[in-house]
Design a protein around this ligand. Structure first.
Ligand code: ZN
Length: 190
């Protein structure tokens, strides 16, 4: 790839130099269009050249190689499925609210004043695990007050479980380019 040089940079506000462009980030989608990782333009051009990926978006113009012009990708999609072990989601207040769709698991209301409720209270040795925490509005939390749902005569909407692993973790703390956004669900855009 050392023979690559910039042909033009149509559509770029601040044109990147050839070397910068080769190292610019490209969003790599799995065969099923789920974001898989981020690679460099250099790597993406090789994958497309070897027909291992298809180019979905080009917002960067073209590169001239020794013998031809190649498109500069900003999003590519692999021609095969990569199975990736996904990391389990870390238990946090925010993740519990997300799992429960910001809805109180006792009264079913979407509320602003949500709290984290331990189904079996901590002082009754309830664990701090996905299976024992739910989203509760302030009112229900006060009503339940250190009791189990049975003791408080309250019903859970559904059994709490660990959520599916998040395939979009790779995009956390990354700057997302505008041309990537059609491939990234809003909920992953922290
Ligand atoms: Zn409630």
């Amino acid at each position: 790839m050392d023979g690559l040089s910039i042909q033009n940079t149509d559509g770029l506000d601040a044109p990147l130099s050839g070397v910068q462009l080769l190292h610019a980030p490209v969003l790599v989608l799995n065969l099923n269009y789920v974001p898989l990782n981020i690679c460099t333009v250099r790597r993406a051009v090789i994958l497309v050249g070897k027909s291992k990926a298809e180019l979905l978006e080009n917002h960067r113009g073209q590169l001239r190689t020794v013998s031809s012009l190649v498109e500069v990708p900003s999003v590519i999609r692999l021609d095969y499925m990569v199975k990736k072990p996904s990391l389990p989601r870390k238990l946090s207040k925010k993740e519990v609210f997300l799992r429960d769709r910001f809805t109180c698991q006792y009264c079913g209301k979407k509320a602003q004043d949500l709290t984290l409720d331990h189904v079996v209270p901590r002082r009754q040795h309830g664990s701090h695990t996905w299976e024992n925490v739910v989203t509760a509005c302030n009112r229900c939390n006060l009503r339940k007050a250190g009791r189990t749902p049975a003791e408080a005569n309250m019903l859970l909407k559904k059994e709490p479980r660990a959520p599916d692993p998040n395939p979009y973790l790779i995009l956390q703390n990354r700057t997302l380019l505008d041309e990537w956004l059609p491939y990234v669900p809003w909920s992953a855009r922290g």
